[in-house]
Write a new protein. Sequence first.
Length: 443
Amino acid sequence: MFDTLSEKLTGIFNSLSSRGRITEKDIDEALSQVRRSLLEADVNFRVARDFVAAIKEKALNSDVLTSLTPGQQVIKIVHEELTGILTSGDHNLTPSSQLPSVLMLVGLQGAGKTTTAAKLALHMRKQGHSCLLVAADLKRPAAIEQLHSLGRQLDVPVYSEDPANSTPLKVALAGVKQAAQNGNTWVIVDTGGRIQIDDELMQELTDIRDAINPHQTLFVLDAMTGQEAVNAAKEFHDRVQLSGLIMTKLDGDARGGAALSATQVTGVPIKFVGVSERPDGLEAFHPDRVASRILGMGDVLSLIEKAQQTVDEDQVKVMEKKLRQATFDLDDFLQQIQNVKKMGSLSQIMDMLPGMGQMGKKMPGNFDDSQMKKIEAIIQSMTSYERHHPELINGSRRRRIAMGSGTTAQDINLLLNQFKQTQKIMRRFAKTKNPRALMNMFK
Ligand SMILES: Nc1nc2c(ncn2[C@@H]2O[C@H](COP(=O)(O)OP(=O)(O)OP(=O)(O)O)[C@@H](O)[C@H]2O)c(=O)[nH]1
Ligand SMILES: [Mg+2]
């Protein structure tokens, strides 16, 4: 988590401050910490090395050496630089002037191409386009049915042929022709997974590319596969000239360093990210968020957005007001926990909150879903007065609540501590006028 990198950097600089001046060597030490953190986040080692070299120059030319908070300054520069790299290029899927616009998905096996094809079709339809999905993976027996099944689910037409009497090239060509006849505005060609060292299959992809001349060729990159995917992205780019990347499975634990490496190595922008297995699990790419994630800073903005999708808008506004006024009490805490349940697994949510990921891990008994049930029971056993004034819960109240909720006084203490921590974070949050400026909290 961010705390670790931030704390480590602050630690390095703090231990130096007693010595007085910070030197270039001290910056080197801090940057080697940054490099390690990038490697942990799956950033390719060459990319990390070059990146850190660029940062060093920036740091030396800035006021880091004389700053009172050099740790934060370094993080700030690193974050800005990461965001800068991730921002370059066009992140939209611009259609071609001649319809239908042809989009081809390529990548390693299991990266998420077929799922992403369906996600894109849904996304495009929401924007008023009509799509045709083309099943050009004839190698994996179930691939055609997988796309048909997704198509049925979304009510998007799918073009396929009998694999025994066709080839991926033929299917792709006929699919594009079909889309033109249908008057579709986009045609999305799903290709089979392949590894870059398989020359024959890579040639097949080049042939398809030459035949259908895609306007968008997107490499689907599994965030979980880390650095391996980076070499593949480069090779695919050399073979079929990618126009963009889609990073899938960002709902998992991976910090997403492969995004940085793949963008650096290919010079091609990330267009979208996949955040669930479901067809609506496709999100616009936000460079600053992925940069925060790579640094392990917690993805507060994503969390806010997710909460807004799951919880109704009015409730969010009320909550926001409470946060601003810092009157967040145990009733709100309970409501948040219940909302969190709607949003997904708790550890996922905790990871998105700065400081909370670590907190979750440090918590005795682990802050997991059963813990959550316990918390609900405890708060429900409190009186309304107690929920508004948790600081007044004394020993005898504690015993009564424990009895009422079938827990122990220790559980109550744990909860009250957790609540206090949350309140602290909320207060920091409340101080920011604009959620977009939340990053300032860390500067
Ligand atoms: N959690 C999560 N799972 C995903 C995401 N995208 C795809 N998956 C899952 O990853 C697995 C592989 O997805 P596919 O779409 O079949 O991958 P593919 O690249 O088409 O695979 P091949 O055609 O065999 O090369 C499936 O179980 C998907 O549900 C994502 O964004 N998040
Ligand atoms: Mg597939």
